[in-house]
Design a protein around this ligand. Structure first.
Ligand code: CS2
Length: 471
């Protein structure tokens, strides 16, 4: 039997409830919180028992493994005091969130966890979980349902509210979560939404640390190196950046003392990160997957892919970005390329390609819109959109099925199977592309041209010739 990692000493007192304790949260928020001192975290999985099953036998502790070509560094993290699987005990989660000792409720639930319309940011009242939660507020399923139900319990008890801290890769994530919370609360009762609007804050954040999914090989390598078994370990790069709007209704950990940047407005930082990093990540993920590359590092080892990425930054993305205070966009992008090239980080194109319908709007389509407004057709990003379209068709260039993971996958594959004009049928998905973009003929024509070329010449050749065509 392998030796299991275990906690020594008592866990910290719980002052944060975190919804969505996936690998990113454990590689990022939980480490900043550990560094900042004695705020303990109750981690709540909204769906799967995996993280609880990994961490409970270890008393909540786990290993963070910083990967680098020079050698890995491991550290044991103890800020997670307990883990609950919400569907097994929703009332326990609500009781914890309603306890005034909890001052911050944070979230990393991924884009689709907000149950919103990606193109508008409004709550999707047709979503099955939202319909369920409006009828069963004492046993919700969604993040927004838990937040509203807990705030309602606090209001009734005459207690203080908590701060809601979204840490997902969404633009204006504070405003977004405020919007959906208030829309949901207004359906419960208007006094509640007024109370929340007055008493709760929703600071926006920008979060950044590349965190590939942990593999069995990672767990085995850790066991070999450290002599204990820890299936809850997380692997990540050494870089980290957390920018937070300093607007908390009942205090916060001293994250600013351990590297987080507290600012008045996060918007410019968030757009820079979403468009420069996540925008090129998604581009490389779709085109790279189609070209047969397994990881981002493999993609950028191909000079044509690296050149595409650099051209996107220089010619299409940064020209329509405002530079955040304290940042230099050119240097930011150079640093990104160095992060992508790090072969110790095996970040799979397939992992990043997931949930594209939820990611494209804020990562790529906003930049395309801004370019069209200045009269430029951003050909590189149009190729990225075409890459997504080819990818969600569900068959790769060798005729092998692709495991497409997306909340819209059934619809996407039906369109790809049945539509005569696949490009225009996909562009008509209003929840992804909105209304105005598909009306721009130059945009649609360029995406169609890119799609046809991907089909006829394959991704590698298309990427090579696309931005410097041999005419
Ligand atoms: C990636 C992000 O999976 C993805 O879609 O683009 O998780 C990315 O690695 C992080 O945002 C980096 O901070």
């Amino acid at each position: 039997m392998p030796v299991r990692l275990t906690r020594s000493g008592a866990p910290p007192d719980i002052a944060i409830v975190h919804l969505g304790p996936g690998a990113f949260f454990r590689a990022f928020n939980a480490i900043y919180t550990e560094d900042a001192g004695d705020w303990g975290i109750l981690a709540v999985s909204l769906r799967s028992p995996t993280v609880r099953d990994q961490l409970a036998p270890q008393g909540g502790v786990y290993t963070s493994l910083t990967l680098s070509e020079a050698g890995n560094e491991s550290r044991i993290i103890g800020s997670i005091a307990d883990v609950i699987v919400a569907p097994e005990a929703p009332e326990k989660v609500l009781a914890a969130m309603a306890n005034p000792a909890v001052k911050v409720v944070s979230l990393t639930v991924t884009e689709k966890g907000y149950c919103h319309e990606p193109s508008t940011g409004s709550l999707n009242f047709d979503h099955g979980d939202i319909q369920h939660d409006l009828r069963n507020l004492n046993a919700p399923k969604s993040a927004v349902g838990f937040i509203v139900a807990a705030l309602e319990q606090r209001r009734r008890a005459g207690a203080k509210a908590f701060t809601v801290l979204s840490c997902d890769n969404l633009p204006s994530n504070g405003d977004l979560v405020r919007g959906i919370v208030l829309q949901f609360a207004a359906k419960v009762c208007s006094d509640l939404s007024d109370w929340i609007a007055k008493n709760t804050s929703f600071p926006a954040t920008m979060v950044d640390r590349i965190t590939p999914a942990t593999t069995e090989a990672d767990v085995a390598a850790l066991e070999k190196a450290e002599g204990y078994y820890d299936p809850g370990c997380v692997v990540h790069e050494s870089f980290r950046q957390w920018v937070i709007e300093d607007d908390f209704v009942d205090g916060r950990p001293a994250w600013d003392k351990v590297g987080a940047q507290m600012v008045a407005s996060v918007e410019k930082h968030e757009l820079m990160k979403l468009r420069c990093l996540n925008g090129t990540h998604s581009t490389l993920a779709y085109l790279g997957y189609l070209a047969g590359y397994d990881t981002i590092a493999e993609c950028v080892r191909d000079p044509a892919f690296a050149a595409l990425c650099e051209k996107l930054w220089r010619e299409e993305i940064t020209p329509v970005l405002a530079e955040p205070e304290g940042e230099d966009l050119e240097r930011y992008c150079e640093k990104l390329m160095a992060r992508y090239r790090d072969a110790a980080i095996r970040h799979r194109t397939w992992q990043i390609a997931m949930d594209g319908s939820q990611k494209l709007p804020q990562r790529i389509l906003g930049t395309i819109r801004d370019n069209l407004e200045r009269g430029v057709v951003p050909r590189g990003l149009c190729l990225a959109v075409a890459g997504w379209m080819r990818y969600v068709g569900g068959v790769d260039e060798n005729g092998t099925p692709i495991d497409v993971r997306d909340p819209l996958s059934a619809q996407l594959q039906q369109i790809s199977r049945e539509a005569q004009d696949k490009v225009n049928a996909l562009l008509a998905l209003e929840e992804v592309f909105g209304l105005s973009l598909p009306k721009n003929e130059r945009f649609c024509a360029t995406v169609s041209e890119a799609y046809d070329q991907l089909v006829s010449s394959g991704a590698r050749a298309t990427v090579k010739g696309w931005l410097s065509p041999v005419r």
